[in-house]
Design a protein around this ligand. Structure first.
Ligand SMILES: *[C@@H]1O[C@H](CO)[C@@H](O)[C@H](O)[C@H]1NC(C)=O
Length: 260
């Protein structure tokens, strides 16, 4: 940017004012990347852990903040950072929840939600990521459908739940972090108002379910306007012959029972 640009003058002044009012903060993290057991299904399988965790540690950040992450790679292969799209590593984990909030001074086109939940959904395979990679290297395909669908590291239904309060509206961030399968996402009995796609605010439309393709991220607002029960949050494979489904639980804090 230079002073010879007409529009640039205002940009520079605006930037300076924002920096003055809200100084940029810097946060430091140290992460160690290792192989370790993942218990997505009942039996352990080898996965990629960050600081011993799968999914990896949550990062909460504001726009304009700087994050300095010191990564120690104890794997026997290179590791590309938080959405590891090299070497079929996503099939082993190595991903986590990264949320970037707006600065309080930046208006957003929806009211402040009562809470925020992230759903990392993906296809999941019993085979080790190196076995899957070897298949690709031989010119073969990764089997489709997968062996299951995962929500936040859980591939068995009703092992993952979130608790909400009746009457409140929450932001759900949904990302398909899988390898090759489009997934349909639905909260039984509840509507989803789409507010953001890939960091951009959208025209707000309401859906009963959403198709989320590999690599896509959506935010929706969900109002807890139903009788206080447990409801299923469902992620289901799309465009595959055989269908795989996982159900997590949406638990109203004063819940009286389970709705199908
Ligand atoms: C509702 O969900 C909560 C949280 O997962 C669980 O502890 C409870 O047993 C469920 N209740 C019913 C009736 O399924």
């Amino acid at each position: 940017m230079g002073w010879w640009l007409n529009g640039g003058v205002w940009m520079m002044i605006a930037t300076t004012i924002i920096c003055f009012v809200e100084a940029e903060d810097t946060f430091f993290y140290t992460w160690r990347i290792t192989y370790g057991d993942i218990y997505a299904f009942s039996n352990p399988q080898r996965g990629i852990l960050i600081n011993g965790q799968f999914p990896g540690p949550e990062i909460r950040s504001l726009t304009n903040e700087n994050l300095v992450i010191n990564v120690h790679n104890d794997l026997d292969e290179p590791f590309l950072f938080y959405f590891p799209s090299l070497g079929v590593q996503k099939a082993a984990g190595g991903f986590g929840d990264l949320r970037i909030y707006n600065l309080p001074s930046v208006p957003v086109p929806f009211p402040e939600p009562a809470g925020d939940f992230t759903f990392l959904i993906c296809d999941w395979y019993h085979k080790d990521h190196k076995t899957l990679k070897a298949l690709l290297d031989k010119g073969r395909k990764i089997p489709s459908p997968s062996d299951g669908v995962m929500i936040n590291g859980h591939a068995l239904s009703r092992t993952y739940s979130i608790t909400v309060h009746k009457g409140k509206t929450y932001r759900f961030r949904i990302s398909n972090v899988g390898l090759q399968t489009s997934l349909n996402f639905e909260i039984l009995g509840h509507q989803m108002k789409l507010i953001e796609v890939e960091g951009t605010h959208t025209i707000q439309s309401t859906y009963t379910s959403l198709d989320v393709h590999v690599g896509q991220s959506y935010s929706v607002l969900v109002t807890m306007d139903q009788p206080p029960h447990n409801y299923s949050i469902v992620a289901c494979t799309r465009f595959t012959g055989e269908e795989f489904t996982i159900q997590a639980t949406l638990h109203y804090s004063n819940s009286k029972g389970q709705r199908p």
